[in-house]
Design a protein around this ligand. Sequence first.
Ligand code: URA
Length: 275
Amino acid sequence: MAEMRLQKFLARAGVASRRHAEELIAEGRVAVNGVVVTEMGTKVDPAADMVAVDGTVVTLPEETVTFMLHKPAGFVTTMSDPAGRPTAAALMAEEIAVHPSLFPVGRLDTDTTGLLLFTTDGELGHGLLHPRRHVEKTYLALVEGRPDGRDLARLREGVALDDGMTLPAGARLLEGADGERAARLIGTGAGASGRGARHGGKRGRRALEGAGSYVEVRLREGRNRQVRRMLDAVGHPVIALHRQAFGPLDLGDLARGDARPLSDGEMAVLKELAS
Ligand code: URA
């Protein structure tokens, strides 16, 4: 965090208004690193300096931050992996160095690509995952075969899995331009490059030769491997799976392996969803 004027620091810390903070400084009640400061322009580094008022240390409230990561295939959704596999947290190393309390909001399977949120805001993270909130997630799947109307209707109405019926979901076959877009986003399209494309590998290419098709599935719950199990149950096993959207947040053209902070507008919408 950048240096700031002492009176601004005190105001941000909630000790006093800026005007009152100036009075506290003038009265010799404020110390920086143990030395009383009465000079108004004094700057402090909130990360390094210790500020005290009347002998009590004051700190800035921790600002919460939330990032969206485009998780590539092959990365485990965890902060560390005893087996030494590549982790999503390793992709966030720079952000975690600045904000050590970042954690992933839910999880994507190791082989699933796409949108994974990391936040320092525990309330937001848990709120977004709470089953009662029913935040919709949009998945694009490359599947074996071609689901027909009956298969799609079963996905929409609910599929019997070993842990119970699924809630009604969105499901549609992606053909023509929609199919091409899905192929590009999943990374299995003809011109695809990068880690995800390699992940699509031979099976992805086989699908493009006519053995498979693209499906969009929108879920309001988040059971373990749910999309894969639902598509298995209707006879169309998943070849590649990608999460394109989480609620109103879309991955857009964020490159595989990259992360970006959410905008204030995106944060406001997420907080509303989580509350
Ligand atoms: N459903 C799955 O099957 N896998 C994921 O990673 C996410 C949803």
